[in-house]
Design a protein around this ligand. Structure first.
Ligand code: GAL
Length: 666
């Protein structure tokens, strides 16, 4: 069964309406509904008094219409009675101010009282629903995240440090606290890195970011253990926030879950300048698939204009369906739309669901109902098929956290440079896995390690072994700069990667805003490429045994190597000492794909994605047209068009915001 459904808040609507909603859901082809993740005050209206009757009735009604139920644990939004009695639960922001009541996600994950109350509600729910045949799984909390800097976190941070490093002597050495006379002689002296305190010791600050991430992993684990105990037959997931979320190590967060889910909103109201960028959504999907290297769900898929104070542009006809198919093309095995009906009250009054405020089915509902009909026909063909990329990009949360502490250059953003690389691969219709630097890389022919700033011995050995066994690796500026303690290595950059890359960074130049340089390629394979601009940062390279691929054209280092390639073992390591746009990245990536013997299997216009899901003997090709114009794609071979149930051959015509799903014949 393909999981297709919606997020529903029956507690926000009169009970007389529920039946109509369930009927419409069934007509849309839905088979799964998520409930209750913000319903704590209705489930426990006062301390210790639980009321599940309304939820039982909603579940029974929906189950009668064929829906499977995913329950959210409601801990993202504690009830007022709890927070009024225990204001110490409120999170403290990095500027030292404490959150006050009125929004959600206001709690400290380390607060012991909050942990007790969370345990109690989750345990009650788990006991109550363990035997309910309609309930199939759980979503823990909602979008875990937000760092806390409260006194309780300070104590928990000291414990975290003690467990990992044992003694203050080790910590003083690790952080180099002799600098500015910060030698700690008692655990209680170690501060939390409030931003008002000025920049903190980078070692302390990185460990604090890791600690905050671990705090949410622990908080989730408390709930996970209870659900595993009482509901061993149910799956457990959490709704992650895609590539963009940068405060939790999402690899760690995913580890104990059955699968990853995430919330995908391509057209947010917070960015009114740009149209929805399908490449960003793709990166979100690939990141989520990479966390466990397995299929995922989109448990909140955009269902209409988004909006809190501001309303986003309306998704164009076809886009909601297209975005949902895009998720499936990238490996989603479940899609739930957020939300069913647009709320009449509350912060999200303008966050549109499939139905408008008036509850009547309109254009958006009809579009998804059409998709529901399609899913009923093609769903079984999708189950079991997977993407098998030959290219990976390494995502390092340690590096991301370290750049949050020291950006190196005000124009540098880890996410932006990562996205540029990813965009080049998308442009060439190459599918990508996003994996951690410690992941087993043997399935990949080409691996990008963008700005791997914090690098430990294990990851460095992993990369060396990968290249030595024939892989092609790409390393970019500011890699290998820091050890795991966030100290700068005491050897030439790129530190632990210098031997592998066959070069050393002899000097670097951090550019003022707006300054650029350019590079000229010096190898025959890239001759004829015009001189691409580079910006933000320049590493001046001294090859020890690498070949020079490109040199700088301007400034006092004109003529110095900017990009080098080293033959190492049976593979290659490319060091790019520069950042640049698509005019730099596209030719380099194209050339590397050739070197790694990865064919450009699909060709098509910009804005048209082509992806493959496969299983033994079955190949499904998804063509997604993200443009507002009709497009044509050449694809050799004969295909069965799953949505139009007919045989089809090149050229494949595809309408604006439309999708084709083709099964290769023969
Ligand atoms: C998600 C969240 C939902 C809802 C939605 C729209 O991030 O999980 O609960 O708030 O955004 O704002």
């Amino acid at each position: 069964m393909f999981n297709f459904g919606v997020d529903y808040y029956p507690e926000q609507w009169p009970e007389e309406r529920w039946t109509k909603d369930a009927e419409l859901m069934a007509q849309a082809g839905f088979n799964v509904v998520r409930l209750a993740e913000f319903a704590w005050s209705r489930l426990e209206p006062e301390k210790g008094r639980f009321d599940f009757e309304w939820l039982d009735r909603a579940i029974a009604l929906l189950a009668g219409y064929g829906m499977h139920i995913v329950l959210g644990t409601p801990t993202a939004s504690p009830p007022p009675w709890l927070m009024a009695e225990h204001p110490e639960i409120f999170r403290v922001r990095s500027d030292g101010t404490r959150v006050t009541y009125g929004h959600r996600r206001g709690y400290c994950p380390n607060n012991l009282v909050y942990r007790d109350y969370s345990r109690a509600i989750v345990r009650k729910m788990a006991e109550h629903y363990s035997g309910n045949p309609a309930v199939v799984g759980w979503q823990i909390d909602n979008e875990l995240g937000d760092r806390c800097y409260c006194p309780r976190c300070a104590l928990a941070f000291h414990d975290w440090l003690r467990t990992r490093f044992g003694t203050l002597a080790v910590i003083n050495d690790r952080w180099g606290t002799v600098f500015w006379s910060h030698i700690y002689t008692d655990w209680t002296q170690i501060p939390v890195p409030l931003t008002i305190g000025g920049p903190h010791n980078p070692g302390l600050a990185l460990d604090y970011h890791r600690f905050c991430s671990d705090s949410y992993v622990d908080f989730m684990q408390i709930q996970n253990a209870i659900l595993r105990q009482f509901c061993p037959d149910h799956f457990i997931t959490h709704n992650f926030m895609g590539f963009v979320y940068d405060q939790i190590n999402q690899f760690d967060l995913s580890r104990s879950l059955d699968f990853v889910s995430w919330d995908n909103y391509p057209q947010m109201q917070w960015n009114m300048k740009d149209a929805a960028d399908p490449v960003k959504a793709s990166l979100g999907h690939d990141t989520m698939r990479g966390l466990k290297r397995s299929p995922f769900w989109v448990i909140e898929q955009q269902a209409g204009p988004s909006g809190w104070e501001i309303v986003s542009p309306a998704p164009r006809p076809g886009q909601l369906r297209l975005w949902a198919y895009q998720a499936i093309a990238h490996g989603a095995d479940g899609i739930l739309f957020f939300r069913w009906r647009t709320a009449q009250a509350g912060v999200e009054q303008y966050w549109h669901g499939l139905l408008d405020h008036d509850g009547r089915p309109g254009r958006r509902y009809e579009e998804i109902r059409r998709m529901g009909g399609e899913i009923q026909i093609i769903g079984e063909r999708l189950v079991g098929t997977k993407l098998k990329p030959q290219v990976a990009i390494l995502l390092s949360y340690d590096s991301r956290f370290a750049f949050q502490i020291q950006a190196n250059n005000p124009s540098f953003r880890y996410e932006t440079e990562f996205l540029k690389l990813y965009r080049a691969l998308q442009e060439l219709k190459i599918s990508v896995d996003i994996v951690s630097p410690e992941a087993n890389l043997q399935d990949y022919k080409l691996v990008f390690a963008p700005t791997l700033h914090v690098l430990d011995g294990q990851a460095a050995d992993n990369l060396s072994a990968y290249v030595s066994n024939g892989g092609v690796l790409v390393v970019t500026p500011r890699s290998g700069v820091k050890d795991e303690a966030n100290r700068i290595v005491g050897c030439p950059l790129p530190g632990l990667l210098a031997e592998l890359c066959g070069m050393e960074v002899s000097e670097y130049d951090s550019f003022p805003e707006g300054k650029t340089n350019s590079v000229r390629f010096t190898i025959p394979d890239l001759e004829g490429t015009s001189s691409p601009k580079v910006d933000i940062w320049a590493d001046l390279l001294h090859p020890t045994c690498a070949t020079v691929v490109a040199i700088y054209e301007h400034d006092y280092y004109a003529g110095s190597p900017a990009i080098t390639l080293n033959h190492y073992g049976t593979g290659y390591a490319l060091y790019m000492g520069v950042f640049g746009g698509q005019d730099l990245l596209l030719p380099v990536v194209r050339w590397l794909l050739q070197k790694a013997e990865i064919p450009l299997s699909f060709q098509g216009p910009t804005g048209v994605e082509i992806l493959k899901r496969e299983s033994d003997g079955r190949i499904l090709i998804f063509i997604l047209n993200h443009t507002g114009d009709g497009q044509a794609v050449d694809l050799p071979g004969v295909y069965w068009d799953l949505l139009h149930t007919s045989l089809i051959e090149s050229p494949i015509h595809i309408g604006p915001y439309d999708v084709s799903i083709l099964e290769q014949q023969g």
